[in-house]
Design a protein around this ligand. Structure first.
Ligand code: ADP
Ligand code: ZN
Ligand code: ZN
Length: 812
């Protein structure tokens, strides 16, 4: 019997066959992680993954020896994950081994930390067991003396590398325990608090007269058994101390990094009954789920329509049916409220995966999901590979978010991978957003996905009223704030309501924005902003290479008052301080959120109404739900349009809709002011359409995308050649283009470039790119691989790197 194996360190990651020793034939199966040794090498072992088992003609000699099965011979990749990674390699034109490694946490893919221990049971009943083979006997002899060894140490003692299966057999017999103990630098321990196990049932009664203490208890209940730091739940030490005296909470010490905390939490919310619209959406979902077939549904619900509660109610049903589920969120740190709400409902049944976890915790979380101990995995992109069996549903919240695309190899999109995993598992995939990506919405319109609309907010909250402020024609209170917006802020402060101000994305350096008329010069072929190259005094399109002379004056109104870089939030903060000297202002941007937990602290302060104005970048646009916010102001609402990317309008529309959605989420009505410099664009007229603004914008933009063959009317593949030698990078890109031209007839696709990437030089390397618009069909993985190999070989002396990005989210 032969095994087809992929291993990172062998054969440059290409799958190869190796003979399966007879002793392993029984236990080996696809998805197993194995220990390998190259016969010719220096005897060093490496790790590989079994793709399939085959009976080959003849006894082909393999140069790699299969030593042992890891993880006790259990598959680390289920058949459906194997299939998913095969799809990824094929679709994203990347190596199979890279997709396998992406699907497993690094903590699982290592043997360095494997530890064998004698089980407590064996220690007590010493010598009673009959150990029936020589190898087992010698292992037990060593172990009875040592009690605990790393597998490496044991291998050296016994003088044999193939120990894993025997250890696993001894583990099944109850003699030994095999586990991973990461020798991580010991995490700092900190004082924390947890609920007493004997918390009385009538705690609400008992603490009626101490609302602060009751609130603390409720917050701790959300976090589950684990316990919490005082600052995580924003409760004072005094409150916790008095609770401890009463015996309601207990002190404990916890690793300061280990516990899931974003530094922000809120009081548990009372259970809610679904509104009629939510109920209808839920019934649709359950109807689809009960069929037991794959289906993707797109939940298009306006901001504040209560999507989270629908997810939660739906998942209750999935769990009740004995199935498991995955929930993807764009970035855990930025959506603390969402994660908290799931925790509140599913307590110990949910595993929240986040990047601050230690290796040990990552391994333990993976292992417990693999064993079926928890039923729901919630986390960012890579959570799509959670080792859950019997998957019933995958939810992708804020499915339009760019963060779902991985920007390093393998360059997969978490949302599309979710759809495929659901398909392979006959599960439901639920995508949710207030502003779906055009790709997903197009799939819904064409019937590939089922569309569910939630056009209204819950609980009688109305959509906010939107107003455009044209900066050119309006009096200003300060250089970036109009009188109109300033007056509106004053009104909210008088009423003691809250205000969120967004300083839109920093403008892209190199793109031009006329501060007099708002004009942005565009490529006449690609309809994207041109980039200014000061040295050549040229405007240049970085999709197609088109150039145009530029004299540093507006091509439309001749003004020389041009804007090259955006003013940051810091300057706006200064302006606000002058306008509102007595007001505390919270600023949230990359500079104020570098420290751990600072993001959550700012939100907590705002939530607790320690400040009434929150000023920030995109971070303030997403997922926040604060009832007292009645005014949102966006300072340069159209600056995002000058980013040289065909998705600039879509992203601007989406960002502005999201941030507008922070206003008026309760009974207090909300208002939004967009300060704009250019009245001539397609985004704002659509945005102001009210109810069906998204649909209208989609139709309008789709026409442009169709005419210019941009997604969803085509599929893009970006090839990038980078080198320290600019000429060579360009030459390589040209050769890539020529090869593609031979393969791709004009009716099947268009090839753009080579052109310098928008950020033409990163870390001393010049980047040139070729972009293919595929009208239909796909490129063969074999062809692309050959092309890549040829190019890297021909330009080896230039140290060329060749990368392929399928469905790029970023053409910069
Ligand atoms: P979305 O994600 O669609 O923007 P959320 O799920 O954040 O909306 O819900 C908006 C607000 O409405 C939240 O404060 C939530 O607790 C509340 N909410 C949701 N469903 C209901 C309901 N059925 N009754 C009362 N309040 C609800
Ligand atoms: Zn102008
Ligand atoms: Zn162009």
């Amino acid at each position: 019997m032969h095994a087809l194996i992929a291993a990172e360190k062998l054969f440059r990651g290409e799958p190869f066959f190796a003979l399966v020793p007879e002793s392993l034939e029984h236990d080996i199966h696809p998805g197993c992680m194995v220990l390998l040794s190259a016969k010719t090498g220096n005897g060093r072992v490496s790790i590989g993954y079994i793709l399939s088992l085959e009976t080959l003609e003849g006894d082909e000699l393999s140069s790699v020896e299969l030593l042992d099965l890891l993880y006790g011979g259990e598959a680390v990749l289920s058949p459906s994950l194997l299939r998913l990674t095969a799809w990824m390699a094929d679709y994203y034109l990347t190596r199979r081994v890279d997709t396998l490694m992406a699907a497993l946490p690094a903590a699982v893919r290592t043997t360095v930390d494997d530890v064998v221990e004698v089980s407590d049971f064996t220690l007590k009943s010493e010598g009673q067991k009959v150990i029936n083979t020589a190898l087992r006997r010698s292992i037990m002899q060593v172990m009875m003396v040592e009690k605990r060894l790393t597998v490496h140490q044991l291998q050296r003692r016994i003088g044999k590398k193939q120990l894993y299966r025997t250890i696993a057999a001894l583990e099944r017999g109850g003699e030994l325990r095999l586990s991973k103990k990461f020798s991580s630098t010991k995490a700092r321990q900190k004082l924390a608090w947890c609920l007493s196990p004997s918390l009385p049932e009538n705690i609400e009664e008992l603490l009626k007269s101490s609302p602060k203490q009751l609130e603390a208890i409720k917050k701790m209940a959300i976090l589950g058994k684990g316990g919490a730091f005082a600052e995580t739940i924003a409760v004072s030490r005094e409150t916790l101390n008095s609770l401890e005296k009463k015996g309601f909470v207990e002190k404990k010490f916890m690793d300061s990094i280990s516990h899931f905390t974003t530094g922000f939490s809120e009081v548990a919310q009372s259970p809610k009954t679904l509104t009629a619209l939510q109920q209808k959406a839920l019934e649709l979902l359950i109807g689809a789920f009960d069929k037991g077939e794959y289906r993707t549904l797109l939940l298009h619900g306006v901001t504040g329509s209560g999507k989270t509660l629908i997810y939660i109610e739906f998942l209750k049903r999935v769990l009740a049916a004995g199935k498991t589920a995955i929930v993807l969120v764009p970035e855990i740190a930025l959506t603390p409220q969402t994660a908290g709400r799931f925790r509140e409902h599913f307590h110990e049944e949910i595993t929240i995966l986040h990047s601050a976890m230690s290796n040990q915790e990552k391994y333990d979380a993976w292992h417990s999901l693999r064993l079926g101990k928890t039923k729901i995995a919630l986390g960012a992109r890579s959570t799509i590979f959670a080792p859950l069996e019997n998957l019933g549903a995958i939810i992708v919240d804020e499915e339009h978010e760019g963060a779902y695309k991985q920007d390093r190899n393998p360059r997969y999109h978490g949302r599309d991978t979710a759809v495929m995993r659901a398909m392979f598992s006959h599960a439901i995939c639920l995508l949710g957003s207030a502003t779906p990506s055009f790709e997903s919405y197009n799939n819904a319109v064409t019937g590939k996905y089922t569309l569910i609309n939630l056009p209204e907010r819950v609980d009688g909250a109305t959509m906010p009223k939107l107003t455009l402020v044209w900066m050119k024609g309006s009096p200003k209170a300060s250089s970036s704030i109009s009188e109109l917006l300033c007056r509106q802020i004053e009104i909210r402060l008088e009423k003691d309501e809250q205000v969120i101000l967004l300083q839109n994305r920093r403008g892209f350096a190199g793109s031009i924005f006329c501060l007099a008329c708002g004009h942005i010069p565009l490529c006449r072929f690609c309809n994207i902003p041109l980039v200014y190259h000061a040295t050549q005094k040229q405007l240049r399109c970085h999709y197609c290479g088109y150039t145009k002379r530029f004299t540093e004056s507006c091509l439309k109104c001749s003004s020389t008052n041009l804007f090259y870089k955006s003013s940051g939030t810091e300057r706006i903060e200064e302006e606000l301080k002058t306008l509102f000297p007595d007001e505390k202002i919270l600023r949230m941007d990359v500079d104020t959120t570098t420290a751990k937990g600072s993001h959550g602290r700012i939100l907590t302060d705002f939530h607790d109404r320690k400040a009434r104005i929150l000023l920030g970048t995109q971070m303030v646009a997403k997922g926040l739900d604060f009832p007292a916010v009645t005014l949102v102001g966006v300072l340069m609402a159209d600056i995002g349009l000058n980013i040289p990317d065909f998705r600039a309008s879509e992203r601007t529309f989406s960002l502005l809709t999201q941030v507008a959605g922070r206003a008026g989420r309760s009974l207090l009505p909300g208002e939004v002011y967009f300060q704009v410099y250019n009245m001539e664009n397609d985004v704002f007229p659509a945005l102001l359409q009210g109810k069906e603004s998204y649909e209208k914008f989609f139709l309008q933009e789709s026409a442009i995308r169709k005419a210019l063959h941009y997604p969803p009317a085509s599929r893009l593949i970006k090839f990038e050649c980078s080198s320290e030698d600019e000429k060579q990078a360009e030459a390589a890109a040209l050769s890539c283009k020529k090869t593609l031209e031979l393969q791709l007839p004009a009716e099947k696709g268009a090839i753009l470039g080579p052109a310098p990437a928008c950020i033409a030089k990163i870390r001393g390397r010049y980047r040139y790119q070729v972009v293919v618009k595929l009208f239909d069909g796909k490129l063969s993985p074999f062809f692309v691989k050959q092309m890549g190999d040829n190019i890297t070989t021909s330009f080896r002396s230039a140290g060329l790197t060749f990368t392929v990005d399928v469905d790029p989210q970023n053409l910069m």
